[in-house]
Design a protein around this ligand. Sequence first.
Ligand SMILES: Cc1ncc(COP(=O)(O)O)c(C=O)c1O
Length: 384
Amino acid sequence: MSSSASAVNSGTGLPPIPAAKIDFRPEDRQWIAQRIEEILASGQLTLGKYGAAFEQRFAGLIGVRHAIAVSSGTAALEIILRSLDIAGRDVLVPANTFFATAAAVVHAGGRPVLIDSDPETMGSAPEEIDKKLTAATAAVVVAHIGGLVSPRMSELVALCTAKGVPVVEDAAHAHLSGQGGIAAGGFGLAGAFSFYPTKVMTSAEGGMITTNDDRIAAEAKVYRDQGKAGFSQNFHTRLGYNWRLSEPHAVIGLRHCERLAEMVAARRHIAAIYDQGLQTIPGLLPLVSAGGCSCNYYKYIALPDRMLDRAALKATLRERFGVSLSGEVYEQPLHRQPIFADLAKEPLPIAEDLCARHLCLPIYASMTEAEAERVIAAVKFALN
Ligand SMILES: Cc1ncc(COP(=O)(O)O)c(C=O)c1O
């Protein structure tokens, strides 16, 4: 809110609806605090039993053989890419994704090649990937934007596998999203999750690599701990880094693992209210309308049928109705970021259009039905 950042919105007399809210109940906080106390007393502050428990629990949730906890989603991506030895080669990356997806390729020594978006899912269509695969392609990274998994994921993985190119999933948004009974992070050779505080679940900072591949799992453990061949020896066989996750972070993540299914169910309930509500707003459609994705609704993405003045709409919603839209995914495609300007080798019109046009309605696990109805009423009024 501009001048009145108060607990009660001036326009409606009701409490503001924030763009997002982190969900740690008093009993969660107590559970975490007790274990952090135990960790501090034990002296085992990193790579201990809570990290191992977090990995085991997360692997079970995703349905993969291995999960390796690391310090961030960015670290998870870079470690996977280093394990695939992409240095000096091309890696296909969506134009519509976060900076870190392409930056991890550069840090691992590869060259990002941008792929235009699939208008149905904001992800990558198999035919776009097929057009860009060459002998120089070392890997393909797909991103499940807003938690939306493309109904064509299996087809995309089959296409790349047939050409001997591994698929890496940037699943930073997609904890417990899935398609056809497969969870995000379980389609490709490996998946990279983020537990940054804005995500569907968090460990404050942190990331996780998921894979069914024993070699990638073993490499990841080496890379995350300074490239050491084993925990207790100073014998470095890879150019690793300090990408370890501390025990206090692991405890926070472990608690959110226990609550993940419940938090995603709550988000889906709100999304169902939005789906219904959007039917009453001409010219505004939910992105996840088709395809059978069981989305975690990290974001609830809505597409207006025309270009709106997004900044003006956001200001009206905030100032008159106390409703904050959540941040876009993403407001600019990668080649519009100054650091990646030279990646724009050709037009990427779909990514540009989707980035400029979409809206993200606020969504969080503790949102009430009444709040969701208020959001719909506010958007309807503001767009009329
Ligand atoms: C699509 C995507 N990839 C990667 C990352 C990087 O994750 P982290 O912030 O945990 O390093 C993010 C985080 O915001 C993301 O949204």
